[in-house]
Design a protein around this ligand. Structure first.
Ligand SMILES: [Zn+2]
Ligand SMILES: [Zn+2]
Length: 268
């Protein structure tokens, strides 16, 4: 298995060195690790130094790939957090460096950060979730320089609704539209196991398997497992459990990317 979503200390919100992460991945028996450090242009309240020097990052990752080539497949990736007005600028960075893998993310809704509690004031769960999915729909339609949509369930993480589950039946049209676009463009989705680390009253949100089944039904085959780890103890988070979920919802293969091309490995 590959962990396709890990943040090294190049990301302003992680203190884990990339080499430490590789050692941990080997210890866990993973076959590969994709570093997907952040590129989030025009993020509110971020300091300039949150932006990575990609010249340095790219060189560093090339060397790391080389030095681990016998033991672990290191993937030089990027998590591109996109808003409609930064699409072009983001695409330029992606084209400039030879990334193996780019995940497209939505972290903001109309410029607002759903990490903040006040985002949810005056919004029902339905409205908040719909707003997030609409933003993803825009991203997947207008942005092309990504391989996989990250954490479709990001909106479940930081809210305080009693029931935090994102349900297919409540947002059928939007979810169908997003998946149809992704499949048509030859891209994929991620099952972000990191979303299941966010607890409220000691419980995590429950994944609606209908979402994964629907993606399969529409012809979706490309799916990556990513832990979204920012620290050593969450690399490969609950991968065995979610491997079974993938099997149960009709997937035959895990996917990871090399040179921006999908590589499929059978789910045993
Ligand atoms: Zn993210
Ligand atoms: Zn991430």
């Amino acid at each position: 298995m590959f962990d396709c979503h890990v943040h090294s200390s190049f990301s302003g919100d992680s203190n884990m060195s990339a080499a430490e992460a590789c050692e941990r991945a080997i210890e866990l028996g993973l076959e590969g690790l994709a570093f997907t450090d952040h590129l989030d242009y025009d993020f509110p309240e971020y300091e300039e130094d949150f932006l990575i020097d990609f010249e340095k990052y790219s060189l560093f990752m090339d060397r790391l790939k080389e030095s681990y080539s016998e033991k672990l497949k290191v993937i030089k990736g990027l998590e591109a957090g996109v808003q409609p007005h930064v699409i072009e600028k983001t695409a330029e960075v992606i084209k400039k460096y030879d990334f193996d893998f780019v995940i497209g993310s939505v972290h903001l809704i109309k410029g607002q950060d759903p990490y903040n509690k006040q985002f949810y004031t005056d919004l029902t769960r339905f409205e908040a979730y719909k707003g997030y999915l609409e933003e993803i729909e825009l991203m997947t339609r207008n942005f092309n320089e990504f391989d996989v949509l990250a954490h479709f369930d990001y909106i479940t993480r930081y809210n305080y609704y009693e029931d935090r589950t994102l349900r297919y039946k409540e947002h059928k049209d939007l979810i169908d539209s997003i998946f149809t676009t992704i499949i048509y463009k030859g891209k994929g989705i991620e099952l972000n196991t990191g979303s299941f680390r966010y607890t409220r009253n000691n419980s995590t949100y429950e994944l609606d398997l209908e979402i994964l089944r629907r993606y399969r039904e529409l012809g979706g085959e490309i799916i990556c497992l990513g832990s979204d780890a920012h620290s050593l103890n969450t690399i490969g988070f609950q991968f065995d459990y979610f491997k079974n979920i993938l099997r149960e919802t009709g997937f035959k293969y895990f996917t990871h990317f090399e040179n921006r091309k999908p590589v499929f490995s059978p789910i045993d």
